[in-house]
Design a protein around this ligand. Sequence first.
Ligand SMILES: [Zn+2]
Length: 129
Amino acid sequence: MHELSIACELVRVAEQAARAERAYKVTAVFLRLGALAGVVRESLEFAWDLATEGSLLAGSQLVVEPVALAARCETCERIVQPESPPILRCPHCGNYTPELLAGRELQLRALDIERAPVDAATAPASTPR
Ligand SMILES: [Zn+2]
């Protein structure tokens, strides 16, 4: 399954970022997913538990933030939301809009992590949030 290998790659990148932040656990992963990214959201969510098993992300929640299509129509000279992908046409004039500005995102946006406490001697008694 295509989405499983994508999930594994996301886990690898997220784990690297989490370790750099001295995290011992990742509780949530926020992902921007474009409508034309070529990834089925449901399959990705389905693969998540398997992909995160045994990693810092085990038991974490995958939060998918969908990104709508946006393209520039050269005829109308404005940003439009093309209809009926993968053939992208301007909903106003019907011309092709090959210049896609958004919709192909597959982007790790943020992580919720739990971090090991900083050196107890220097850490304040209560950390303001
Ligand atoms: Zn147009």
